[in-house]
Design a protein around this ligand. Structure first.
Ligand code: UGA
Length: 445
């Protein structure tokens, strides 16, 4: 099959590369010409394990093309995936501007039956809006061609995206067309050779499924974070509670890790967008509002622990921060708990020395330049370098090299032997045996 994917962000690029890998010819389109040029040279805009190889190999054998021209891509393909961003608008609702602009361009070029597939996360009813925009363009051009608008939301996890695409738990397709069912079954068959995991449903059902999946996962996390706060007040260890409840198969062990809050480009944005969707239907989604509010509080939890320990004026303090990315395996800092923490610490006068195995560059762009110039914030090159003369080590992202650190070295380097563990990575008993004061999230120290 010849396929066009519009948008070479995280979803579009992973999808384009993975379907090219299965023998399809894929045109990845992006209006950002610099991005397209660098992709042609095999330089990726994101850090994603395994992606670089499949991008460069498929590009080299002309199965994966990069272009800024939608016309060039559409000349050869009757299947177009829209995978552009839906950033949050002022009120938290998903901004459909990019999606509808791509729809307009598709409508202005379409001259044969085409399947338009929406991969972007969009509110219920967006497929109808995409259809209307395309129809309007066709009418203006007096062109009469059949086309389908399909919803095919993406469920990739950053840091595991290639694997998730290659071996999906399920593929959701929203359509009422038999022809689309056949085409999508054919396209996804190589990714589910053992047993079919493609679920067909109505377009609106598919659009809602995407939001409901992310909101459910975010709910599990916020629920556990709330229990953790309660555990702290009742001298209970949330890690024991996690093990205790996770063993019930109806609950399961996934996504019940208490921590310093969820981040990333999806959960915070999608929960807020679903709240707006509900409100636009004149429904107050109390549970979703609480999930979101809990997470905002949770992102301040490490800062509050430091203030409780050192006071609200932190101008004499230096803190080491381990981990800046919103989770391990990525350099993505969008909505990362580290950002909330560092903003609050620097705001309270503290100095911060932070280290992340891959997100150092992203962090330099994230914070005001003057913080670096005034030495309020330093992004250093090694995890132990960050801890020199610090008043506490704060673990924010659980990268593997942080999981079993050299406690002896830490003891020597830190000015004050205090470890704040924002991801409950350490055994409190072991850390105290090593001579540290330990403070986790919902842990009994
Ligand atoms: C999330 C979903 O997991 C994907 O299924 C979905 O496709 C994707 O959003 C999306 O909509 O594109 P992602 O944002 O890559 O994927 O990250 P997750 O692995 O889900 O982690 C999100 C945040 O939750 C991280 O900050 C992580 O540290 C936090 N988290 C996760 C917890 O605090 N506790 C947990 O138990 C699990």
């Amino acid at each position: 099959m010849n396929i066009t994917v519009v948008g070479t962000g995280y979803v579009g690029l992973v999808m384009g590369a993975c379907i090219a890998e299965m023998g399809n010819v894929v045109f990845c389109v992006d209006m950002d010409s610099r991005k397209i040029e660098t992709l042609k040279q095999g330089i990726l805009p994101i850090h994603e394990p395994g992606l670089e190889n499949i991008v460069t190999e498929n590009h080299a054998c002309a199965r994966l093309h990069f272009t800024t021209s939608l016309a060039e891509a559409m000349a050869d393909s009757a299947v177009i995936f829209i995978a552009v961003g839906t950033p949050p608008g002022e009120d938290g609702s998903a901004d459909l501007g990019h999606v509808l602009e791509v729809a307009r361009q598709i409508g202005s070029l379409m001259d044969r039956p085409t399947m338009v597939v929406n991969k972007s996360t969009v509110p219920v009813g967006s497929a109808d809006r995409v259809r209307a925009v395309i129809e309007q363009q066709l009418q203006q051009r007096a062109v009469d061609v059949e086309f389908d608008v399909v919803s095919n939301p993406e469920f990739l996890k950053e840091g595991a995206a290639v694997n998730d695409f290659m071996q999906p738990d399920r593929v959701i397709v929203g359509t009422d067309s038999e022809h689309v069912r056949q085409l999508m079954t054919e396209l996804y068959a190589p990714f589910m050779r053992n047993h079919p995991r493609i679920l067909f449903m109505g377009v609106r059902d598919a659009e809602m499924t995407k939001y409901a999946a992310n909101a459910m996962l975010a709910t599990k996390i916020s629920f556990m974070n709330e229990i953790a706060s309660l555990c702290e007040r009742l001298e209970v260890d949330v890690e024991n509670v996690r093990l205790g409840i996770g063993s019930d198969q109806r609950i399961g062990y996934h996504f019940i890790y208490a921590g310093c809050g969820y981040g990333g480009s999806c959960f915070p944005k999608d929960v807020k967008a679903l709240i707006r969707i509900a409100q636009q239907s004149e429904f107050e989604p109390r549970l979703l509002q609480a999930v979101d509010a809990r997470n905002e509080l949770q992102k301040q939890s490490l800062f509050e622990k430091l203030v409780a320990r050192f006071g609200s004026d932190l101008s004499d303090c230096t803190f080491a921060v381990w981990g800046l990315a919103f989770k391990p395996g990525t350099d993505d800092m969008r909505e990362a708990p580290s950002v909330a923490l560092i903003n609050s610490l620097v705001g309270a006068g503290a100095r911060v020395r932070a280290f992340d195995p891959v997100a150092g560059q992203a962090a330099r762009r994230e914070f005001p330049e003057r913080w670096f110039a005034e030495e309020r914030l330093a992004i250093v090159e090694g995890q132990y370098e960050a801890t020199i003369d610090a008043d506490a080590l704060v673990l924010v992202t659980e990268w593997k090299p942080f999981r079993h650190p050299d406690f002896k070295a830490l003891k020597r380097l830190l000015r004050n032997p205090l470890i704040l563990d924002g991801r409950n990575q350490y055994d409190p008993a072991q850390v105290s045996r090593e001579g540290f004061e330990y403070c986790g999230i919902g842990r009994r120290a």
